[in-house]
Design a protein around this ligand. Structure first.
Ligand code: NAD
Length: 450
């Protein structure tokens, strides 16, 4: 669905009018385009001198050919000249900060950069997980970075993003995948997020086709976010199996044919759904994306049994049952990746969505509770929580509520199905086993549930 305010705000007349009356002007976010060679299309400035920037240094030349340091001698990089070079990306290693007074290093690094940013800049702060540190003062200092990064994400504007990555000991070799995602337009609508990387034995072999050789099943794949996920996983080299209800068969088959994949018509709440899936996937599965979902909104006072049960069954019970069945049957291969489509409704709650929010919060709980068990076979299980994404589902929301949902985030606009798809594709990578049991929001840093 088109966003007329965004289009108007970016027209000449719109810029003049909105600027004059002080209304926010959301920018057109830069997204990943096919054929792009490197994750960062411009200059990357590196700062901070902990062990993590040194660990990342090896992969940085593959991210961009314009690398600069904030201070002389750092990683042997040329010093950034603020007068001549605008910055497209910033990487600050805060892992050595261990006392309150050292936090000033954040201001010292970021302040000179803020008026020198290109449009849609991406910022990553690297740190150590506070819970891994014995010294409570050092742990508290690393925890302080959460407040800093989430606040900077709200200040950065110009379509910029800011994330904090807590890198566990032994997970340094997984930084490339995370940086390729968070420092590139693939994370255009992901901001203010905090993720944790843990050691993972798997590595992506070919960054131009990071999912090559993987078989992926996507539920609810005939349209909207599911179709975008199928396209993106196929773009990244995965062999895709597209699932949807029988009523969506024509669209599903057309998309599967275009992507060189298979289609599977199945109602995921049917009693025999698990058995049919296991039968349809005799060679197993590397990536499972539980995307199918429905809304049946009513206030609790007006909630009928069918409205309640259908949402809980499709959104929560089916992913629970199917994941367990595919795991027990061995259809989910060792080191496979499972991604659950939750929602920020499941984090913040939403009037009229007690059923939907319960189902989506349940998915987040499923990822957190089950990750340790699945991890014994190298399987990761994460949830993504989209905010307002422009699809048929959100087009059906009444106008005033839809406009509020679109604008109430740091980017002043809704996301696109592609934004969710890029995140799922990253979590589907072999090396993304470094993340499990986590929830990643794709919401332009929505004010809801913040
Ligand atoms: P959509 O309604 O456009 O697509 C959902 C798909 O799921 C449809 O193709 C539908 O046929 C399929 N489906 C529904 N019930 C099924 C069943 N029983 N068996 C098999 N397939 C079934 O929705 P969307 O906006 O693309 O959302 C996709 C997912 O993202 C959902 O889980 C949704 O809750 C979640 N989400 C969406 C948004 C948003 O803003 N659009 C926000 C947060 C979360």
């Amino acid at each position: 669905m088109s966003d007329r305010y965004l289009a108007f705000a970016n027209s000449n007349a719109g810029q003049r009018l909105l600027g004059a009356i002080g209304l926010p002007t959301p920018v057109h976010l830069e997204r990943w385009r096919a054929g792009r060679a490197r994750p960062i299309d411009g200059a990357l400035l590196v700062g901070g001198n902990g062990a993590l920037s040194a660990a990342a240094a090896e992969c940085l030349p593959r991210l961009t050919d314009q690398l600069f340091a904030a201070e002389d001698g750092l990683l042997g990089l040329p010093r950034w000249n603020a007068e001549s070079t605008k910055l497209k990306a910033l990487l600050f290693d805060a892992s050595s900060l261990s006392s309150a007074e050292q936090l000033i290093a954040l201001r010292d690094f970021f302040q000179p950069t803020l008026r020198k940013l290109a449009t849609c800049p991406h910022v990553v702060i690297l740190a150590r997980p506070p819970e891994s540190l014995k010294d409570p003062i050092a742990a508290s200092t690393q925890r302080a970075l959460e407040g800093f990064s989430r606040s900077l994400a709200k200040e950065i504007r110009h379509g910029g993003t800011v994330q904090l990555i807590y890198v566990g000991k032994g997970a340094e070799d997984q930084l490339e995948g995370a940086l390729r995602f968070f420092l590139s337009p693939k994370s255009a609508y992901v901001s203010g997020q905090v993720v944790r990387l843990a050691p993972c034995a798997m590595q992506v072999k070919d960054w131009s086709r990071p999912l090559a050789g993987q078989k992926a099943l996507i539920t609810g794949a005939s349209r909207g976010i599911g179709a975008a996920i199928a396209e993106t996983l196929a773009r990244d080299g995965a062999e895709v199996v597209l699932l949807d209800v029988p009523a969506a068969q024509a669209d599903l088959e057309a998309l599967a044919a275009r992507l060189g994949g298979r289609s599977l018509t199945l109602d995921i709440v049917a009693d025999d759904a698990a058995a049919k899936l296991i039968e349809a996937l005799p060679d197993g599965l590397d990536i499972l994306v539980h995307n199918a979902g429905i809304t049946r909104d009513k206030t609790l006072a007006n909630m009928t049994d069918p409205l309640w049960n259908s949402v809980i069954d499709v959104n929560l019970r089916a992913p629970q049952i199917l994941t367990k069945a595919l795991f027990d049957a061995g259809t989910l291969r060792d080191n496979s990746r499972v991604v659950l489509l939750a929602s920020i409704s499941g984090i913040a709650g939403n009037a009229g969505q007690t059923n939907y929010a319960a189902s989506k919060a349940g998915l987040i709980g499923l990822a957190q509770a089950w990750a340790p068990t699945l991890g014994k076979r190298g399987i990761s299980l994460n949830a993504v929580a989209p905010g307002f994404i422009e699809t048929q589902m959100t087009a059906a929301i009444p106008f005033t509520i839809r406009e509020a949902g679109r604008r109430m985030n740091a980017m002043g606009q809704g996301g696109l199905p592609q934004d969710v798809a890029e995140t799922v594709a990253w979590l589907g990578q072999a090396g993304s086993g470094a993340m499990s049991g986590q929830v990643l929001r794709i919401c332009g840093q929505s004010l809801l549930g913040a």
